[in-house]
Design a binder for this molecule. Structure first.
Ligand SMILES: *[C@@H]1O[C@H](CO)[C@@H](O)[C@H](O)[C@H]1NC(C)=O
Ligand SMILES: *[C@@H]1O[C@H](CO)[C@@H](O)[C@H](O)[C@H]1NC(C)=O
Length: 214
């Protein structure tokens, strides 16, 4: 009897802590992104074929001549409609020497990175503000728990690249700097000056750095 109660208790615990993408109710549900209907995910397309499940977009390195010296190429449901309802996706990130994938979170997924080439200094920060960080090399893996702020920096002198895996068809990305300093409409200066304990001048300076280049 006690064993049975323990079993049901554990079962309840498992089902209550399962908070990934919802489970699928059919073999496949290829996203119809043109349906114009708002639901949790996308409605299913009528006719499907192999192209709905295929993507060659992360086969080659992305151009890293960006502000931060890194480029994320997503391979999620927006690129691969066949991923709709399947609860997984990937990405490729390329880093120039010195390149940074700046601090960001994925509200809907845990991420695993596998280093394709080069080496990276990576880390995430817990809700207790503890930094968990490590240098990872070609062939190695690191995990960023769902929702926690994390980053990757290429401190090597050659290019680096990773393949990322996510337990969501669309993990979502919120870059901390851009969210606070480049939102539309803007987050009020008086919120940012108080939050960061600096003056309006400093806030305006950071905002100007995030403004689109002309
Ligand atoms: C697959 O379907 C798409 C339309 O969704 C069509 O454009 C494409 O030609 C089809 N490919 C094959 C190989 O049948
Ligand atoms: C990055 O480099 C490519 C060529 O390698 C060029 O086409 C592109 O305009 C450059 N982008 C920026 C933002 O400089």
């Amino acid at each position: 009897m006690a064993a049975l109660i323990t079993f049901y208790f554990l079962l309840a615990l498992v089902s209550f802590t399962n908070a990934a993408d919802p489970d699928m109710l059919q073999d496949l549900c290829v996203a119809n992104t043109a349906a114009g209907i708002k639901i949790n995910g996308f409605p299913c397309k009528d006719k499907v074929n192999e192209t709905d499940f295929f993507f060659a977009g992360i086969a080659k390195p992305g151009a890293t001549n960006t502000t931060f010296g890194s480029l994320v190429t997503t391979a999620n449901v927006e690129k691969i409609p066949g991923l709709n309802t399947l609860g997984v996706s990937m990405a490729r990130i390329d880093y120039a020497p010195g390149g940074l994938n700046p601090p960001h979170t994925h509200p809907r997924a845990t991420e695993m990175v596998f280093v394709l080439e080069g080496q990276l200094d990576v880390g995430f920060i817990t809700t207790a503000n503890v930094l968990i960080s490590k240098t990872i090399m070609t062939g190695e893996i690191f995990v960023f728990p769902r929702g926690l702020i994390h980053f990757q920096k290429n401190n090597g002198n050659v290019a680096a690249a990773v393949i990322s895996a996510f337990n969501s068809q669309l993990p979502g990305t919120q870059q901390i700097g851009a969210a606070l300093f480049a939102a539309t409409p803007p987050v009020p200066d008086n919120v940012l000056t108080k939050a960061f304990q600096v003056g309006t001048k400093e806030v305006e300076k950071i905002k100007s750095r995030f403004a689109p280049k002309k």
